[in-house]
Design a protein. Sequence first.
Length: 406
Amino acid sequence: MAREPRVLGIVLAGGEGKRLWPLTADRAKPAVPFGGTYRLIDFVLSNLVNAGYLRICVLTQYKSHSLDRHITQTWRMSTVLDNYITPVPAQQRLGPRWYTGSADAILQSANLIYDDKPDYIIVFGADHVYRMDPRQMISQHIQSGAGATVAGIRVPRSEATAFGVIDAGLDKRVHGFLEKPADPPGLPDNPDQAYASMGNYIFTTSVLLEALKQDAEDEDSVHDMGTNIMPMMVKQGEAFVYDFTENDVPGATERDWGYWRDVGTMDAYYDAHMDLVAVHPIFNLYNQQWPIYTNMPQLPSAKFVEGGIAQESLVGSGTIISGATVRHSVISPNVRLNAGAYVEGSVLMEGVQIGRGAVVRRAILDKDVVVPEGAHIGVDPATDRSRYHVSDSGIVVLGKSQLALP
């Protein structure tokens, strides 16, 4: 009987997430809450765990305390079976310096690879919202004999200018990587589409270790997986693309098939939340055949009293909607909405309090934000911009524990 290949997961979770400020003012980007009860990192870890890959190292760096705590409290594997999900902080094993790029992060953590002795290494990002069965990508990688495989998602060529683009042939061999090209190359089977890189990679272990060594010796390199390592693989003829649209996730519906969102900007983060609350959601959190796992708070069920209502919304446990109206919103656990309050098209995180008669529209309120009685947010754009952080599309964002002005 053939031995199953040994696979090690490495999740890159060290980014600062500057474009998600103020949500990242006090936490790492992968620790940012999403969908009411989850953290962004829960999506990649759920995908790996559902696929049976249960040895995972999460490389952290900036403001990692809440991320480390979430991983250690939530993602507990069986040590009897030699399984683990562990946060690994920047250890400065190669000198007194932080990670200079994603490739350098793996190089500085190469001891994890030598200790585990995997045949293949999954290198995935930590801050995208999607479902994926990585077993299918591993299978293609092995069958193709590739040294490196990158996941690509089909996007219209007109939108591909915002992404790193993969130029690949019909045989899926990669010919080049282009960073936000003005004229993206079309696909051989559809000239109106292009492959955008998802930032998810699979490597044959020996190939990755050799590439990291070569990259470390290149003084002109920025030591990034997409910018440096993958182009090196292309030159050596060892890079292939995996078409994400071919990934068949158990329980997926026609509507959310192939869903993937890079929530790196505030507007993208907001839009991904709005994808959740439609009657037939664009991304379905209720797929029990491929669940998204997290650490659920120990709270009672949500409560609606004195005529409080919520329409086309997600409402977390422990929340009390008392005489208030909520529409098309994501309400996290332990939120309080008082009589006459009106919330529409908004994301309220844990512990938010909305006072009597307050109005909140198209806003993101971080943990423990207090909106006093009668306050208006998302009503007067000029006033909002003078008081709060406002995104390019007009989403009003209040940071953790911020007190809204009356």
